[in-house]
Design a protein around this ligand. Structure first.
Ligand code: DP6
Length: 358
């Protein structure tokens, strides 16, 4: 019987505190600024991908949630598969000619997102990270998550950060071939296990402007983006890394909220303007601002930090001890809004994850 070459891996969602928004190279997916995220750990916020290589397969094929999708020539998916085959040849087959020539076989790939549909979260980050992880395992690649992040990045920029658990930076790099634009671990989850994330699903509607096209429009038209990438993000990256290493939640919270605000400001500064948050998103901001203000006025510290990606759903980072109170606050302030949550107003509480699961 001929051997079966198959591997399964899963990767979690990550949510940025310092946002990636803008590419300097759209083909290689090289960003205009570095970014930093927290990888979430919740069984229901993962993509799980199985890859199989076989000499009888005629071409590479892909199924997403059970439905076959076309792999477009020269597209992001085909680039990632091609790059992984190239690594297999370079790192395994060329070094040890006795190894099976898996890089010359076509692959069949099946991927599932186990997000509740109401999670309203983008799946490209966990999806491409799981794809690259499963091919790395199939090909038995002796390479680091940072090396794999170079390839996941070419699937979707934010995917490169899901190769690590905990607190992860995507360093923008400066090489024109993108060889130094990769993810590094700032701190593992075990360094600061107290931080939790609460996802408030305001709406699971598909967003109007995709991240890919929205950020390109911002690069082309927003004067504020130039200020952000040159004068704001470099210092914020240093400051938030310092805050994480010192487990300083006050600084972490201030920087996270400021960067979410500035990301939405550059979206608004785009021509024509892009609005990702809605009235409910803005009310949740007011609630968190007031919650923090009362704590600070009483001599305490920050209790929570909000952040919003390219959509209306809030992610709230907070020390674990505050999560219950925050859920109670949100539920008590927004009951009459149930309709505007379209019966999908859900709260998902997630730990920070330690690593991708193989
Ligand atoms: C607002 O990674 O989805 O979530 O690289 O074009 O696939 P592409 O974009 P994507 O953009 C994510 C934007 C963001 C901020 C972030 O995750 O850093």
């Amino acid at each position: 019987m001929s051997p079966i070459y198959q591997a399964t891996a899963s990767a979690p969602v990550n949510i940025a505190c310092i946002k990636y928004w803008g590419k300097r190279d759209t083909k290689l997916i090289l960003p205009t600024n570095s970014s930093l995220s927290v990888t979430l750990d919740q069984d229901h916020l993962r993509s799980t991908t199985t890859s199989r290589a076989d000499p009888s397969f005629e071409k590479d094929r892909l199924w997403l949630n059970g439905k076959e999708e076309e792999i477009k020539d020269g597209g992001r998916m085909s680039t990632c598969i091609k790059e992984m085959k190239r690594l297999r040849k370079q790192e395994v087959e060329d070094k040890n000619p006795a190894e099976p020539k898996l890089s010359s076989f076509s692959v069949h790939i099946s991927s599932f997102n186990n997000f509740p549909t109401a999670a309203g979260l983008a799946s490209s980050a966990s999806g491409f990270a799981a794809l690259v992880s499963s091919l790395a395992q199939l090909y038995q690649l002796p390479v680091s998550p940072s090396t794999l992040s170079l390839i996941a990045r070419q699937g979707s920029g934010s995917a490169c950060r899901s190769l690590y658990g905990g607190f992860v930076a995507w360093e923008m790099g400066s090489a024109v071939d993108g060889s130094d634009s990769l993810a590094i671990e700032v701190a593992p989850q075990s360094h600061w296990p107290d931080i939790h994330a609460l996802i408030c699903v305001v709406s699971d509607d598909k967003k109007g402007t995709s991240s890919t096209s929205g950020m390109q429009r911002t690069v082309e038209t927003s004067p504020l983006l130039q200020h952000r990438i040159n004068h704001v993000v470099p210092q914020r990256m240093k400051d938030i890394s310092t805050a994480i290493l010192a487990r300083d939640f006050d600084s972490f919270a201030r920087l996270t909220m400021a960067d979410s605000n500035q990301f939405h400001a550059v979206a608004l500064d785009t021509e024509p303007p892009i609005f990702y948050m809605n009235d409910v998103s803005r009310s949740i901001i007011s609630l968190i601002v007031e919650y923090n203000r009362l704590s600070l006025a009483a001599g305490g510290g920050y209790k929570a930090a909000y952040t919003y990606d390219a959509g209306p759903n809030a992610v709230i980072y907070a020390p674990k001890e505050n999560i219950k109170e925050i859920i109670q606050l949100i539920v008590s302030y927004f009951p009459q809004q149930k309709d505007s949550f379209k019966d999908n107003f859900n709260l998902f509480s997630a730990d920070v994850t330690s690593q991708a699961k193989l």
